[in-house]
Design a protein around this ligand. Structure first.
Ligand code: A3P
Length: 282
C-alpha cells in the first residue's frame, strides 16, 4: 500500500497523544498510516504458528498481552515464581509488541525491514489495526485473538471496527478467538483456558490445573499486581506513553461516574443500531 496523502484525509487532534486521520472508515495515528501499515504490508512475513492479539485501544490490550504472554511462556517462566517473572521487569507492551508500531519505529530509524523475522516460532504480536487494514496474508494465516469492551467504558466508535473481528470469529472460530473484557473479569480462569487452547498450548488437566498454574496466571496478570510492579510505576518502554498510563481502575461499569444516564442511553442506542443482526449485541 502506498502511504495515503495525509492532507486529503480528515484530521482529528482532540485525542492525544497522536493526531488521527480518518482512513477507510477508521481513525488512525498519522504515523500508522505513513509508516506502520506500509512497512507491515511490504515486509512482514507471517507464520502459521503466529498469534496476533487485536483490540481497539482501551479495551484490555495490556491485560490480554500479560495473560497470553504468561500463559504461553509458563514452562520457561513459571507464573507461581512471580518475583522473577518477566512481567515484574517489563511492561506487557515490551513483551508483546504492536506490529504497526514496530514498523513505524524501524522506518523512522531509516530502514524498511522486518525486525520480527529473527524471533523464534511460535511468535506473538499485537495490533490496534482494524481487520480490513491487515495484510491478507496475516488474516489468512495467523490465529487472531480479539478483545472488546463495553464501549461506554471504552469508546463507542470501536464498534464498526469490532464487528469485523466478530464476524470472522463466527466464520472461522479456529482462526479468530473473540474475547470480552467483562467476561474475562467475571470468569478469568475459563477464559484463560479458552485462550491457551486457541493458542495451541492448553493446560494439562492434572499436572497444571490442579497444580495451580491457571490461578497463578490470573494473579500474576491482575490489575493490582501489574500496576504495582516497579516497572509500571514510572518510565517508558518503546511506546511513547508512560508505563503507568495503562493501568487505571479497570472493571466494568465505571462509565457511570462520568456519564449521565441520558448519555448512556444514547450510546446504548447507537451501539444497538450498529450491532443489529450481528449476533454481538449483549
Ligand atoms: P480503565 O481506564 O477503565 O481503568 P488498554 O490496555 O487496551 O489500553 O486498556 C486499558 C484499560 O484496561 C484501563 O481501564 C486499565 O486500567 C485496564 N487494565 C490494565 N491492566 C489490566 C489488568 N491486568 N486487568 C484488568 N484491567 C486492566
Amino acid at each position: 500500500m502506498a502511504p495515503p496523502a495525509l492532507d486529503s484525509l480528515p484530521l482529528e487532534t482532540r485525542c492525544p497523544p497522536f493526531p488521527l486521520r480518518q482512513y477507510k472508515g477508521f481513525w488512525l495515528p498519522e504515523v500508522t498510516l505513513t509508516a506502520g501499515v506500509p512497512g507491515l504490508r511490504a515486509c512482514f512475513r507471517p507464520r502459521p504458528t503466529d498469534v496476533l492479539l487485536a483490540s481497539f485501544p482501551k479495551s484490555g490490550t495490556t491485560w490480554l498481552k500479560a495473560l497470553a504472554f504468561a500463559a504461553r511462556n509458563r514452562a520457561a517462566h513459571p507464573p507461581s515464581d512471580a518475583d522473577h517473572h518477566p512481567l515484574r521487569r517489563s511492561n506487557p507492551h515490551d513483551l508483546v509488541r504492536f506490529l504497526e508500531v514496530e514498523f513505524a519505529l524501524v522506518e523512522s530509524a531509516g530502514g524498511l525491514r522486518d525486525e520480527f523475522e529473527a524471533l523464534p516460532s511460535p511468535r506473538m504480536f499485537a495490533t490496534h489495526l482494524p481487520y480490513s487494514l491487515l495484510p491478507e496474508r496475516v488474516t489468512a494465516g495467523s490465529r487472531i485473538v480479539y478483545v472488546c469492551r463495553d464501549p461506554k467504558d471504552a469508546l463507542v466508535s470501536s464498534w464498526l471496527f469490532t464487528k469485523k473481528y466478530w464476524e470472522e470469529s463466527v466464520r472461522r472460530p479456529d482462526k479468530v478467538l473473540f474475547l470480552r473484557y467483562e467476561e474475562m473479569m467475571l470468569a478469568p480462569r475459563s477464559n484463560i483456558k479458552r485462550l491457551t487452547e486457541f493458542m495451541g498450548c492448553g493446560f494439562s488437566g492434572e499436572e497444571e490445573e490442579e497444580g495451580g498454574a491457571v490461578d497463578a496466571i490470573v494473579e500474576l496478570c491482575s490489575l493490582g499486581k501489574l500496576k504495582n510492579a516497579a516497572v509500571n510505576q514510572s518510565g517508558r518502554g518503546k511506546l511513547p506513553v508512560d508505563n503507568e498510563a495503562f493501568f487505571r481502575k479497570g472493571g466494568a461499569g465505571g462509565w457511570s461516574d462520568h456519564m449521565t444516564p441520558e448519555m448512556a442511553q444514547r450510546l446504548d442506542e447507537i451501539v444497538d443500531d450498529a450491532l443489529q443482526g450481528s449476533g454481538l449485541a449483549s
